[in-house]
Design a protein. Structure first.
Length: 119
């Protein structure tokens, strides 16, 4: 797996759309700026079939340092949650789209052993 940078994405979009890189760069940056602005206002962003970005409030809590066992107060904070959309999910894991089965059916350990024996 590799990382695609914003620059690489801009170049790819410019090539696909026959737009100047500078134009695509401004458009992509404006899009990202607007996403940040909307999320900072607490708004939910929904891109049909792609996914949903929303702000989640994380409550203040007490954590423990595993080395020293010291208790530390962690303040409340806001974080971004992304829920994957249908088309993205299908493109990432096409096999996972099969109907969900109950816990006692074909998903049990015995069935898994039987399936692997058949392979």
């Amino acid at each position: 797996m590799s990382t695609t940078t914003k620059k690489e994405l801009i170049e790819r979009i410019a090539d696909q759309t026959q737009q100047k890189r500078a134009t695509v760069k401004k458009t992509v940056q404006a899009f990202l700026d607007n996403v940040i602005e909307e999320l900072s206002k607490g708004n939910r962003l929904e891109f049909r079939d792609f996914g949903v970005f929303e702000i989640k409030e994380r409550a203040a809590r007490v954590a423990q340092n595993p080395k020293t066992l010291e208790r530390v107060k962690v303040p409340a904070k806001r974080t971004v949650k992304f829920k994957i959309g249908r088309l993205m999910k299908e493109s990432l894991d096409p096999e996972d789209i099969a109907p969900v089965r109950s816990a006692g059916s074909a998903g049990s350990a015995g069935s898994a052993a039987a399936r692997s024996a058949d392979d």
